[in-house]
Design a binder for this molecule. Structure first.
Ligand code: IPM
Ligand code: MN
Length: 358
């Protein structure tokens, strides 16, 4: 199969992990006789340096002309002083909105090999962690009205959190459909005791739940959910939630699985074109040191094969290779525990390449 993949190498230590993911995709090409072309796209800090803005229109259009886009992570201290509109993060938000990717899927899975790396007590971790945060990605407070102004001689700021029925229904249905393919439990996480938007989320999900009679539907306040994720994560299957709650909960979820360096994500809209990225940041403090964990980015490439290209065997080939190297004791420093083999970014990539076969 021929596919055109957009590649955003990103900032900080991100180019190092993207490189490993590209090597993995090239190995897939040769093992399964596919042909991928890679189109380099600038977004984030790299685009600010090159074009003076985090996502110029021509770079967004390049993404829209690809079959899918692979991204590392963007941002860093170099660009932190810039005004909101000019920051690298704005490029990412513009990209998600420009590609109409409203559904962000962030799995929280405890790899059995990494049980010792989880900060949870053994008896909690042993019950298993295998849930997904389905995060609404192009609405809510991220995309509401933002302003800073002076009133009564005082500086003030406002961020609004709008949601429409339609925006909630489409992501709600994704959540129910995902639950149907998994353990058939969907939990809506919100703050309905305080927020009108949350009450609308409940109304919409309650109105569509009859269409999914096989799914057990529940609702939970976000503060309680933050607590439950540490206390008993095995209770969750699919969590569906608005943009900012999903951002926060998915970081928390990643920690209980051992490392944020292990968690990939997919972002999709109505079609098959998606954006695939690790959920971690660009880790500028360890850039160029060959220590960043490439696994989240490599697993993101696997998700791209599965969800955008319908290449299930190819995705499994990558995931099984990751299992094998973890079984063999290879660990980057973020997942290192005593007695294991500590390796750098490139050596981890090499080991995964080596472990990939048909
Ligand atoms: C993420 C990141 C982004 C977000 C930032 C970089 C804008 O934290 O992908 O989770 O908040 O969505
Ligand atoms: Mn985040």
């Amino acid at each position: 199969m021929e596919k055109k993949i957009g590649v955003i190498r990103g900032d900080g230590s991100s180019p190092e992990i993207v490189l490993e993911a590209l090597r993995v995709l090239q190995k897939i090409e040769s093992l399964f006789s596919h042909h991928f072309t890679f189109e380099e796209i600038a977004m984030g800090g790299a685009a600010i340096d090159k074009y003076g803005e985090p996502l110029p229109q021509h770079e967004l259009e390049k993404c829209l002309a690809c079959d899918s886009v692979l991204l590392g992570a963007i941002g860093g201290p170099k660009w932190e002083g810039l005004p909101g509109e000019k920051r690298p993060e704005k490029g990412l938000l513009k990209l998600r909105a420009g590609m109409k990717l409203y559904s962000n899927n962030r799995p929280a899975t405890l790899w059995p090999q990494l049980a010792d790396a989880s900060p949870l007590k053994k008896e909690i971790a042993d019950k298993g962690i295998d849930f997904v945060v389905v995060r609404e990605l192009i609405g809510g407070v991220y995309f509401g009205e933002h302003k800073t102004f002076i009133e009564d001689q005082e500086e003030k700021a406002v961020d609004t959190m709008p949601y429409s029925w339609h925006e909630i229904e489409r992501i709600g249905r994704i959540g129910f459909e995902m639950a149907q393919k998994r353990r058939k439990k969907l939990c809506l996480v919100d703050k309905a005791n305080v927020l009108d938007t949350s009450r609308l989320w409940r109304k919409v999900l309650q109105s569509i739940k009859e269409d999914y009679p096989d799914v057990e539907y529940s609702e939970m306040f976000v503060d309680n959910c933050a607590m439950q994720i540490c206390k008993d994560p095995s209770q969750f299957d699919v969590i569906v939630t608005e943009n900012m709650f999903g951002d926060i909960l998915s970081d928390e979820a990643s920690q209980i699985t051992g490392s944020i360096g292990m968690i990939p994500s997919s972002s999709l809209g109505d079609g098959t074109r998606g954006l695939y990225e690790p959920i971690h940041g660009s880790a500028p403090d360890i850039a160029g040191m060959d220590i960043v964990n490439p696994i989240a980015c490599i697993l993101s490439a696997a998700m791209m094969l599965r969800y955008s290209f319908d290449m299930e065997k190819e995705a499994l080939c990558i995931e099984q290779a990751v299992h094998r190297v973890l079984d063999a004791g290879y660990r980057t420093q973020d997942i290192y525990t005593e007695g294991m083999k500590k390796v750098g970014t490139k050596a981890m990539g090499d080991a995964i390449l080596e472990a990939m076969h048909v």
